[in-house]
Design a protein around this ligand. Structure first.
Ligand code: NAD
Length: 108
């Protein structure tokens, strides 16, 4: 599945219409952002001019998948585990929309 497919599956959300009247950009929160799908999704959202917070514990994620994203001032990376509720809650504060790309989460 590619980022375009993920976004097209979400087309019912009319993402562009989420830009607030005052012009404030929607802030997206992407879990599993250093993975295959997550990193492509992050790149696509940034390319479309959005603000993105990426969240990943780098269990299998690749830092090099985020090289392009990290050059953008619209991207913020938070390393953390989805099971760390405190870290997760803190990281996603202010986000308008969540792409939960890490579908299953298990305790190690
Ligand atoms: N790639 C595909 O074609 C495809 C197809 C169908 C379903 N999926 C599912 O989509 C999801 C993402 O796929 P992918 O190919 O991008 O996988 P991936 O392994 O490349 O990415 C998953 C990311 O999640 C991170 N992660 C794992 N556990 C975490 C945790 N507890 N807290 C924070 N981050 C965590 C990993 O470090 C990694 O960066 C997976 O669940 C996969 O099974 C993928």
């Amino acid at each position: 599945m590619c980022a375009d497919e993920v976004l097209s599956r979400c087309s019912g959300l009319a993402l562009e219409s989420l830009i607030e009247p005052g012009g404030r950009q929607v802030q997206y929160f992407v879990t599993g952002c250093a993975g295959f799908i997550g990193s492509n999704l992050v790149d696509r959202l940034l390319q479309d001019g959005h603000e993105v917070i990426g969240y990943d514990n780098f269990a299998t994620g690749q830092p090099e998948f985020l090289v392009s994203a990290q050059q953008s001032s619209h991207f913020r990376l938070q390393q953390g585990d989805l099971l760390d509720v405190e870290c997760l809650t803190q990281a996603m504060r202010g986000a308008d929309l969540v792409f939960h790309d890490r579908f299953s989460v298990r305790r190690a």
